[in-house]
Design a protein around this ligand. Structure first.
Ligand SMILES: CCCCCCCCCCCCCCCCCC(=O)SCCNC(=O)CCNC(=O)[C@H](O)C(C)(C)COP(=O)(O)OP(=O)(O)OC[C@H]1O[C@@H](n2cnc3c(N)ncnc32)[C@H](O)[C@@H]1OP(=O)(O)O
Ligand SMILES: Cc1cc2nc3c(=O)[nH]c(=O)nc-3n(C[C@H](O)[C@H](O)[C@H](O)COP(=O)(O)OP(=O)(O)OC[C@H]3O[C@@H](n4cnc5c(N)ncnc54)[C@H](O)[C@@H]3O)c2cc1C
Length: 642
């Protein structure tokens, strides 16, 4: 199963080897539980491990393999981030996709050797979503052949970029490019922020940390201001766009090609989210098979809480989602790598499809991951609320994904643009022009679902039902939009008035893609036992998801009330079937105890003893009487006694 999850037997084996090596290297372990450290201590601890890793990485992993790097990162540095998180996630990808060959030769080897640390600085205090209204300017000075970066007012301060505050000395900065008073829109520039020897900010740069966040606090998300700060013309990233010495602007082959670093993260973050969901579920499911509370049959001893159907219903559908996200994520990464290769050689024809797909997926996957992790926390009762479970940190980090790389509602609306265009093709009889991801919009569906009549259809009837609801909602939302425009409403006003319905269409379309990705993967599996276990999970997935969106299929009678009862029964049936495999389905992800950082989720199940040990190690327990008591509470009580 691990081979299915991680892509191949070799990958699964390599992960095991890497974990085993790390287990033997105490210098790479947390020196004490992270929840007991202050933010400064955590940042220091992370930097300590990061530098050891830089020295020893080659002994542990193949540093050119992103999957091995990611695993090493999760084991040693963990989810809370590290001082170079954005260096790998966005700075290097931005340079790789947007810098010319000459620029790459100059900067990439230095970045890869970690001679310099970089980040991606785009969002500002006043604007993150609406990139067209970013306020930082890069004005071309023809006389000196330099760009002058400037922060005209407080809202133009860069705000949020990870590791910008304290760690990075370079950044890819996105600013409006102005040449001879003409604004060419946001463009990426390579900018040195700090002196390479002293690490002091360079003159003209104001920089710092934005303060603690809900989670992810090892990362120094930062602010950055420019006071007429000059950089050479050749620091504009010039793979696709060029500015010549005389100020001539050569436009890129696609207007949004500069957005590629964002698309990169949107594509890669899906499997990252799947891992976080599976981690939280691994903790909750293991604990649920240790925790005994109450009896189902009063004549019997207390049961493991995992025996309760409500507990299974809370956890198992999310197990199925974690697998579904991992499989859909793997497909998306493959597509992304293909499109990136095409883009580099000038073929931009697939960019719109990739943008639509990743916009929908990042939104649905991050939202459902958040839901699943929160349910996992509640499934652990009181101990889930303790940082000893570590679920709250996983939750905090995961839900950051609902916001970063494009706020979820906004990204769903990006997909909706694509769906509405596709609907227009269907309505004008041009369905043959639909791309493969939306081809179903042009196919006539049956009047009713056959789900309960062809139970061994290999999920075909389920896929058809998802297609039906997605198609119907897309055409309905598009009709609403076109109808408003026909009545004389301006395009943007009409769009806003339909946006809830449009986003519903985007979610349904994306959920269909996820279901199909899961079906595709299960169909490919040769090993009978693995196929059987995943088929059970897929049964739970399609029935649970369909129940969740049933109103769309009931509205037009595509599903009947009795079919709904059938679907519900299937959910209960598969909860029971999955129960014996539940712990194994998560253990198959092979997270080590080092990586999970959870007392509740320990592999050996020795929870209570270790919870007590953990509590005793709380810094508050170093003394029996705290100074807050001697200074305030004790005098108060004494005064009251007088
Ligand atoms: C190996 C294992 C690995 C596992 C790895 C796991 C790694 C993950 C780790 C995660 C840690 C992450 C740390 C955090 C990083 C956060 C970094 C950030 O947030 S950085 C900051 C992130 N910030 C954000 O994400 C900001 C969000 N905002 C935006 O992206 C944009 O403003 C916008 C897209 C909303 C609109 O843009 P705007 O320019 O106003 O455009 P219009 O709306 O006017 O549409 C015009 C046309 O353009 C089209 N089009 C648009 N984009 C694209 C595209 N990319 N392409 C193609 N086309 C695109 C669009 O479809 C439309 O087409 P049509 O319909 O006309 O045909
Ligand atoms: C953990 C974290 C890490 C980050 N790292 C980076 C980084 O490394 N580099 C970087 O540059 N940035 C980074 N960001 C910033 C992030 O990319 C932005 O916060 C994000 O893109 C959302 O933009 P915003 O903050 O402007 O939200 P807003 O756009 O202000 O969103 C507020 C509300 O307005 C709604 N809204 C906005 N526009 C529309 C619209 N057109 N239609 C409908 N609703 C709309 C949204 O849906 C939301 O409900 C990070 C953020 C976080 C939380």
């Amino acid at each position: 199963m691990a081979a299915q999850i991680w892509g191949s037997e070799k990958r699964a084996r390599r992960r095991r080897e890497i974990s085993a090596k790390i287990a033997q290297m105490p210098e790479l372990h947390d020196s004490k539980p992270l929840p007991f450290m202050t933010r400064e201590e955590k940042i220091m601890e992370s930097a300590r491990k990061l530098t050891i890793l830089t020295e020893k990485m080659g002994q542990i992993i193949d540093p050119t393999d992103p999957a091995e790097l990611y695993h090493l990162n999760n084991e040693v540095l963990g989810l809370e981030g590290n001082p170079m998180a954005l260096h790998g996630v966005m700075f290097i990808p931005a340079l790789s996709a947007q810098a010319s060959d000459e620029q790459q030769a100059k900067w990439l080897p230095r970045a890869l050797r970690r001679e310099i640390i970089g980040t991606y600085a785009q969002t500002e205090l006043g604007h993150g979503t609406n990139l067209q209204n970013l306020e930082t300017t890069a004005t071309y000075d023809l006389a000196t052949q330099e760009f002058v970066l400037h922060t005209p007012q407080i809202t133009a301060l860069k705000w949020w970029p990870g590791n910008l505050g304290k760690s990075s000395n370079y950044a890819v900065v996105v600013a409006h490019m102005i040449i001879k008073a003409k604004n060419y829109g946001p463009h990426p520039f390579m900018v040195q922020l700090r002196d390479e020897k002293t690490h002091e900010p360079l003159p003209g740069i104001t920089i710092g940390d934005i303060g603690p966040k809900m989670a992810y606090n090892i990362v120094d998300n930062g602010f950055l201001g420019f006071n007429k700060y000059r950089i050479p013309r050749t620091n504009l990233l010039m793979r696709h766009t060029k500015v010549e010495a005389d100020g001539t602007y050569i436009k890129p082959p696609h207007a949004k090609i500069n957005y590629s670093a964002m698309v990169h993260v949107r594509a890669y973050m899906l499997t990252g989210q799947a891992i976080m969901l599976a981690s939280a579920l691994n903790i909750a499911t293991r604990y649920s098979s240790v925790r005994r509370q109450g009896q189902i049959d009063k004549s019997q001893p207390e049961v493991k809480v995992l025996e309760y159907q409500t507990q299974q219903h809370r956890l198992f559908p999310s197990i199925a989602r974690a697998y579904a996200f991992q499989f859909a994520g793997a497909e998306t990464v493959k597509l992304y790598e293909h499109v990136l290769k095409e883009m580099k050689s000038g073929n931009v024809s697939l960019m719109a499809d990739l943008h639509a797909l990743t916009s929908g997926l990042k939104s649905v996957v991050t939202y459902q991951t958040g839901e699943g992790i929160e349910q996992a926390r509640m499934a652990c009762g009181g101990h889930g609320y303790s940082m000893a479970s570590y679920i709250s940190e996983i939750y905090g980090v995961a839900i950051g994904g609902c916001t970063y790389e494009g706020e979820n509602m906004v990204m769903l609306l990006q997909l909706a643009r694509y769906l509405v265009k596709s609907a227009a093709l269907v309505k004008s009889g041009q369905s043959s022009k639909l791309g493969p991801l939306v081809a179903y919009l042009g196919v006539k569906s049956e009047p009713t679902s056959l789900i309960d009549r062809i139970p061994n259809s290999g999920f075909t009837e389920y896929v058809k039902t998802f297609q039906h609801v997605s198609k119907r909602q897309t055409l309905k939302a598009a009709d609403m939009f076109f109808g408003l425009m026909e009545k004389g409403e301006k395009r943007e006003i009409a769009w806003n008035k339909c946006s809830v319905e449009l986003n519903r269409a985007s979610r349904l379309h994306t959920r269909l893609f996820i279901v199909e990705a899961f079906v595709r993967r299960v169909n490919e599996i040769a090993d009978i036992r693995i196929k059987e276990a995943l088929t059970d999970l897929l049964h739970l997935h399609v029935n649970y998801e369909l129940l969740d969106i049933a109103s769309y299929a009931l509205e037009d009678g595509f599903l009947s009330a009795s079919q709904l009862d059938y679907i519900r029964d299937q959910v209960y049936l598969y909860l029971g079937k999955i129960r014996p495999n539940a712990v194994s389905l998560l253990d198959s992800w092979e997270f080590s105890d080092i990586e999970l950082r959870s007392v509740l989720g320990r592999r050996d199940g020795n929870v209570y003893e270790n919870l007590f040990k953990w509590a005793k190690s709380s810094p508050l327990n170093k003394t029996d009487v705290l100074s807050s008591v001697t200074q305030y509470l004790k005098p108060m009580m004494e005064k009251a006694r007088l």
